[in-house]
Design a protein around this ligand. Sequence first.
Ligand code: HEM
Length: 360
Amino acid sequence: MADKASSPSSGAWRWLGVVSLPCLLALGFAVAGGWLSPHRVTQNTLLGALQSVAGHHPGFRRNHAKGVCVTGWFEGNGAAATYSTAPFFEAGRVPVIGRFALAGGMPYQGDAPGKVRSLALSLEAPNGQEWRMGVNDIPVFPVRTPAEFQSLQIAVRPDPATGKPDPARVQAFKASHPWLAEAGAALAKRPITPGFENDRYNSLDSFLLHDAKGGTTPMRFALRPTENVVTIPLTGDDALFEQLAAAMSAHPLRWTLVLTLAGQGDAINDPSRAWSAQDRQIEAGTLTLDRIESEETGPCTGITYDPLILPQGISASDDPVLQARSAAYMRSFAERSREPVPQPAVTPTTLEQKMPEKAS
Ligand code: HEM
């Protein structure tokens, strides 16, 4: 009589049992990682899209990879205190750790005046509250949502044959997103200053101010240079960072923190749309930066400038880009923190040569 346990059908069931568990696990990981749904947007797919443009550079930020650390202070003047209970809007001085950078994930990209520049700041109040921010020198963001940001990266990633974006893919992105044409036009004609030191940096995303009586005011903010700093034009791959070091060695650099309060009709949840030029503006205080250091030795390397680290009195608006930024920055920070520490393009030696009196 045939042994029941060794019958072909029960063997097949056992085999199926053995292989199906790993398959189910693999399927679970694929779903969680977004591999089966190419249009899903997660912190991983956003970083993947950035990497498809810039490549993989272990130890560096996955965006704004080329940068330098700066330190100084922020002095609130009390003018915005009626709109927000944030400690930074009271009169008084707090320390700042910041970072200037070029947008893009290429840590050794050559400097050029037209590239998007950024400033990131961490302000720390005496009661331990912190305000982290990342601001760019463009007037509006090129897209409205995280999904559009991801699609844009995929559209502009370099074609392996030419090393440049495929014009047909870029054109297809534009044709399928006609509502972004206005932002594209504003970006194309943005004013370009000679360097980091005389640039204006904008929050692009909107936030909410909360006052002591429970009132809420949507706002955007910017850092506007207080004076027209004269740039000493330099050449070479690190020219913009060297110009910044030379300017800071001549004297501390200052920016005014300008809050723009939303008026009727301003889009709170869409960073690709400019706000009205008639909106009320408040000068809330002055940022002073007086020390520049390479990322190799400076204090900004271990910070991620997550825009949702906010003090009491300021909160996120319903702008969808903010939540995605927070998630992507945390993931970028987690990845770069467990990779070997790389050598940045702008080294301590590069900076010392440009700031002789500070080096001594
Ligand atoms: C969905 C949209 C966005 C994504 C996925 C994204 C992603 C990233 C990532 C991964 C980093 C590196 C973070 C780190 O390793 O610490 C970064 C840096 C930065 N981002 Fe974004 N970003 C987005 C939108 C924006 C917007 C709207 C702004 C507005 C000004 C902005 C400003 C900055 C700045 C200033 C930095 C440099 C921070 C630093 O110097 O450490 N980003 N971004």
